[in-house]
Design a protein. Structure first.
Lengths: 452, 226
């Protein structure tokens, strides 16, 4: 689960998508604020202020009763391109004066305290319109109504609110779209990365990245990657066949040489020469084996391997050699199993033990087998001269020999073989100082193998 | 003894033929699969050495055909196809041994002789192996020399047993690794030599007569003194 989370959290496309989505959400916030702002209350305020101002003017003439009010209304209506509505009525009669045909009904709703909403029929074009008004009671009992048409304002308000909601929906839509795009791209990239990882870890160069379509950039990238893999596959096969050919071509004349030497009469010289030729042939065989192990990553011959009996066999094989040099060869094991090739693993540990015995003049060689976390750990430690830190990486190379070791027998391929086998088994190989209390630093080679 | 060599490489044929003839074998050769199969089925041989990649009929096909016709002549496959998978393929097809090219003639010879001898032995279970005054009882796991018991560790016993069973034959280091140690690998040093020298010391505890001879450039041979 966590791996899935990190795969997506490291994606720049998804991060970008998230950022844009957040911006969209901010937009939603603004739109929501806008909507709340553009409500009835805001619009009503302005209209009310105008009505109240007009009412204040009317108050001045209110004492004159309905006659004065009537006159005032007439003057007001004459003088302006007016949006005010006026109506004057006696408490029990119809409208005496004004530009309103009907008095608002008793049960009209109120927009705010004292301000009533109602519908009226326009005298100009006969359409039904909206208005708000205040009603003032004159001292003589008549009612004076001052109002304003709010049809346009209402429409504007409706538009504003609708616009606000539309924006909210739009922004949300964008936010989701951003996230989807981000996730989609991240997902595609992950798929491509997965296949690339698979190819690298299995060494199976015949795999290809899927190309989903021909128009989008990621598919174009995939197509390019595939062409790269084609080239790589061809090159690797070429290299492999070249090196195999070289080894084969050199081995044949060498074998013929050996055959010719073999036909010579038996003598000390013949033996020595045969040994030399066998040595060279051995080097070629080892070289080819190392390359084969490195390039062939199929693990079809892997099976469960019990490490304790395997190392016990190694110890038994090298025991006489250790005894001849007066070295202690010991195995400490708490048992462990791994998945691998029995013969190759035997080769690996045999090389390590062989080296340990070869380079240690006094003391011991200790082999420890146990579990290390989720894997199995085997270490071969000696009390020899050890290897300096700077050289520890280099000794794993083909033919590399530390100066101190040049006098000993060997061709410098032992550790290269160990490294190749370790890599095939996805094992970690580490060289460090030996831990026995001895005058010389000693060397510890630790191999950590994946467990079953 | 008659040997059939089926191989398309003229140099390799010459190499094998000369070597074997020098040692007293009669050698018939075939340079393509069809001729090889014909000879193998119409003539009698003590052993057949066959390459895998042949023009006409492939080595393994010849082998399968022979075994299908119940021809049990021991066959040694000689091939440049060296991977363990190929080796297993060859052995499964009915080969008695599988030797990888390029090879040392001595190795080929040793394996041929072992193969032929194995084929010749009767089906009777042997309970005792002897060489000169050395006796090994396979039932009691006791080893004696001139009557005196020699104490051997398990692996030393196995090594001695293999040498005794292949008395008078050359046994190469590779053969010993495969059969006595049951692992297929390339030792960096001649560790086998050390084990042999140990064994020699032990079996010579009560006698000065050496029974294990070092065959230079090839391997070892257990042999009663002439």
């Amino acid at each position: 689960m966590t791996t899935a989370a990190t795969r997506y959290s490291r994606s720049s496309s998804l991060a970008l998508g998230l950022v844009l989505a957040l911006l969209m959400v901010l937009g939603v916030g603004f739109a929501a604020f806008f909507i709340s702002f553009a409500n009835e209350e805001t619009f009503a305020q302005e209209t009310d202020a105008a009505i109240l101002a007009e009412m204040r003017a009317a108050r001045a003439i209110a004492d004159g009763g309905k006659v004065a009010a009537s006159q005032w209304i007439k003057e007001a209506l004459e003088g302006q391109e007016n949006s005010f509505l006026y109506a004057l009525k006696h408490h029990d009669s119809g409208i005496i004066e004004g530009n309103l045909s009907d008095w608002p009904e008793q049960a009209s709703a109120s927009a705010r305290a004292g301000l009533i909403k109602f519908k009226y029929m326009s005298q100009a074009d006969g359409t039904h319109r909206d208005a708000v008004s205040r009603v003032m009671t004159l001292p003589d009992g008549s009612f004076l109504l001052v109002g304003r048409d709010v049809t346009t304002i209402n429409t504007a308000q409706w538009f504003a609110q609708t616009f606000g909601w539309a924006m909210i929906v739009l922004f949300f839509g964008f936010a989701v779209a951003c996230l989807i795009v981000g996730w989609y791209v991240a997902n595609r990239m992950n798929r491509i990365a997965d296949i690339a990882d698979l190819i690298m870890s299995t060494g199976n160069l015949s795999e290809r990245v899927p190309v989903d379509s021909s128009w989008d950039d990621l598919s174009k990238l995939s197509a390019v990657l595939n062409r790269l893999l084609d080239e790589l596959e061809t090159t690797i096969h070429g290299v492999k066949s070249v090196s195999d050919n070289i080894a084969h071509d050199l081995r044949t004349p060498l074998t013929r040489l050996r055959g010719d030497l073999d036909r010579l009469p038996d003598s000390e010289t013949r033996s020595e020469l045969l040994n030399e030729v066998d040595n060279i042939l051995g080097i070629f065989t080892s070289l080819l084996r190392i390359t084969a192990i490195e390039t062939e990553k199929r693990k079809s011959r892997f099976a469960p391997v019990a490490l304790e009996p395997l190392l016990a066999d190694v110890v038994e094989l090298y025991e006489p050699l250790a005894e001849d040099k007066n070295l202690q060869l010991m195995l400490k094991s708490s048992g462990a199993e791994t998945h691998g090739d029995r013969d190759l693993l035997f080769q690996l540990f045999s090389n390590l033990v062989d080296n340990a015995i070869k380079f240690t003049s006094a003391g011991e060689v200790l082999i420890t087998v146990g579990s290390e976390g989720a894997g199995a750990s085997v270490s071969v430690c000696d009390t020899g001269p050890g290897i300096e830190k700077a050289e520890r990486d280099k000794v794993l190379r083909r033919f590399y020999r530390v100066d101190k070791s040049r006098s000993e027998s060997g061709n410098g391929l032992g550790l290269a073989m160990v490294a190749a086998i370790a890599k095939l088994h996805e094992a970690k190989l580490a060289l460090s100082e030996g831990h026995a209390a001895s005058p010389t630093p000693g060397l510890c080679c630790t191999v950590i193998l994946p467990s079953l | 003894m008659r040997i059939l060599v089926i191989e398309d490489d003229k140099d390799v044929i010459a190499y094998i033929q000369n070597g074997l003839q020098e040692r007293g074998f009669t050698v018939d050769t075939a340079q393509d699969g069809k001729d090889g199969l014909f000879l193998a089925t119409t003539e009698t041989y003590d052993a057949i050495v066959a390459d895998r990649m042949l023009p006409g009929v492939e080595g393994l096909t010849i082998l399968t055909a022979l075994r299908a016709s119940d021809i049990q002549t021991p066959v040694l496959i000689l091939s440049a196809l060296s991977s363990v998978e190929e080796r297993i393929k060859g052995l499964r097809a009915g080969a008695d041994d599988y030797l990888v090219k390029p090879f040392a003639f001595e190795e080929l010879l040793a394996r041929l002789e072992v193969m032929i001898a194995r084929n010749r032995s009767s089906g009777v279970e042997i309970t005792k192996l002897t060489c000169f005054d050395l006796e090994m009882n396979l039932l009691t796991r006791q080893v004696t020399r001139a009557g005196a018991t020699i104490d051997l560790q398990a692996r030393e016993f196995k090594l001695l047993e293999y040498l005794l069973r292949h008395q008078d034959q050359v046994v190469t280091r590779t053969m010993l690794l495969e059969n006595v140690w049951d692992y297929n690998f390339d030792p960096q040093t001649n560790i086998i030599d050390v084990h042999i020298s140990r064994l020699r010391q032990k079996i010579n505890t009560y006698s000065d007569v050496g029974l294990i001879e070092t065959v230079r450039g090839a391997g070892y041979r257990m042999q009663a003194p002439k």
